[in-house]
Write a protein that binds this ligand. Structure first.
Ligand code: NZQ
Ligand code: ZN
Length: 385
């Protein structure tokens, strides 16, 4: 196992009725900006629950944070934060609302052009407005991590930043808020959580038994409860397990002391930036192709996954690896996220554009060995047509 240092200070309130707890977290004299998306929280009653909990607080609202949140939209919220002297931000929604709110929190106190936050991966963020979250879509882990992904619509640049200053102070995870999710978003959440887990697992062995078995446990949950959530949308236990699985998949636990890949995410972000596909759709396209392209380097872990997660125990090593990749593709397909570009009306003409964007962004040494160049990405995407 490699050396590591770890700390995560986000207070989690998990379960039914926990939205009421936000009043214990936010100071009574705070000026609170409630941030949200296109209005799902008005329809499912979550915004009402938030207002009930914050009765008596000075509350303001900023809505319209779109999926794959836009820098241009978020800068309008930064103006409100400054004008109204906001002292606390409460993000209510999925990963896009939470990521967007992290950016608002940092940009409001940033001395330079806020786009610099993305260009420097958050390296110079020195402060941020305190942030709390009410999560309504289990997927990104943003509710318990310090990362955020923001898109500049004007240039189609989708970039991430990371800063301990935007780590949520607290997050409420009430599985009942997820009952209203459309099928597509449930499926997206399962695929995103799956790919987060394997980006931190499907590399090479370093004898990290806790991390490996933890990851394998989360993958078992996703194979079990992903389809179950589609079949029975209001099964509380299924929703609860999916929600906690998604959070644990990207809260700084799995990556302790192990090599990580993240090539699929980096390539996927460019596809979303350029063509607007959902984040999880891009991951379903790219991940199996990365595994096929890097089969030899990843073989030991692919075999471990085949045996421990998929119970594939017969056939040669190559046969078990191929069967494991195929079963993963079938899982994505069954969750409504087909693993090929053509399923989203994209063809080989997108390949040079994706490679060019990666080059522009300096993402030219991807994967756990840093050996995936834009030329390799072209070969990977040819395996995903
Ligand atoms: O905007 P509203 O009306 O709320 O509707 C949203 C949105 O249309 C809807 N939704 C959310 N909760 C709902 C609901 N509809 C009904 N009932 C509910 N309870 O779902 C739609 C998609 O929401 P979005 O927040 O975009 O989805 P997700 O949580 O998958 O977030 C995706 C974003 O997170 C980034 C992605 O790149 C993408 O921009 N990521 C963030 C990460 C992080 N911060 O660590 C890591 C991830 O890898 C990922 O890159
Ligand atoms: Zn993701």
């Amino acid at each position: 196992m490699n050396n590591f240092s770890v700390r995560n200070t986000t207070q989690i309130h998990f379960g039914k009725g926990q939205i009421a707890k936000i009043k214990d977290e936010i100071p009574a004299d705070a000026r609170v900006l409630i941030t949200y998306g296109g209005g799902s929280i008005k329809k499912n009653g979550v915004l009402d629950q938030v207002h009930t909990a914050l009765n008596g607080y000075a509350c303001f609202e900023f809505s319209g944070i779109e999926p794959n949140p836009h820098f241009e939209t978020l800068m309008k919220a930064v103006e409100i934060v400054k004008k109204e002297n906001i002292t606390y931000i409460l993000a209510v929604g999925g990963g896009s609302v939470i990521d967007g709110s992290k950016f608002i929190a940092a940009a409001s106190l940033y001395p330079n052009d806020p786009w610099e936050i993305l260009k420097t991966y958050g390296a110079h963020v020195a402060d941020a407005i305190p942030l709390g979250c009410v999560l309504t879509l289990p997927a990104t882990g943003s509710e318990m991590n310090s990362g955020a992904v923001i898109t500049k619509a004007e240039t189609k640049d989708k970039l991430f930043f990371d800063s301990v200053h935007v780590l949520p102070r607290f997050s409420v995870l009430d599985p009942e808020t997820t009952y209203s999710l459309p099928t597509r978003q449930v499926a997206n959440g399962v695929v995103d959580s799956f790919v987060h887990t394997v980006e931190q697992y499907m590399t090479y062995p370093v004898n990290a038994k806790v991390q490996d078995r933890f990851a394998e446990g989360l993958l078992h949950n996703l194979f079990e409860d992903g389809p179950a959530a589609l079949a029975n949308p209001t099964d509380y236990d299924v929703r609860a397990n999916l929600m906690w699985t998604a959070t644990m998949a990207l809260n700084g636990t799995l990556n302790t002391g192990v090599p990580t890949d993240w090539a699929t995410h980096m390539i996927g972000h460019e596809i979303t930036g350029l063509y607007g596909l959902d984040h999880a759709q891009t991951l379903a396209i790219v991940l199996p192709a990365v595994w096929k392209y890097k089969k030899e380097q990843k073989k030991a872990k692919l075999l471990q996954y085949a045996e421990r997660v998929l119970d594939l125990r017969t056939g040669s090593d190559d046969e078990r690896v191929d069967a494991a990749i195929k079963k993963t593709e079938e899982f994505f397909e069954s969750m409504g996220n087909p693993p090929r570009l053509s399923a989203y009306s994209l063809d080989a003409s997108v390949i040079p554009a994706v490679a060019e964007k990666l080059t522009q962004h300096g993402h030219v040494k991807l994967g756990e060995y840093g050996d995936i160049t834009p030329e390799d990405v072209k070969e990977i995407l040819k395996l995903a047509l």
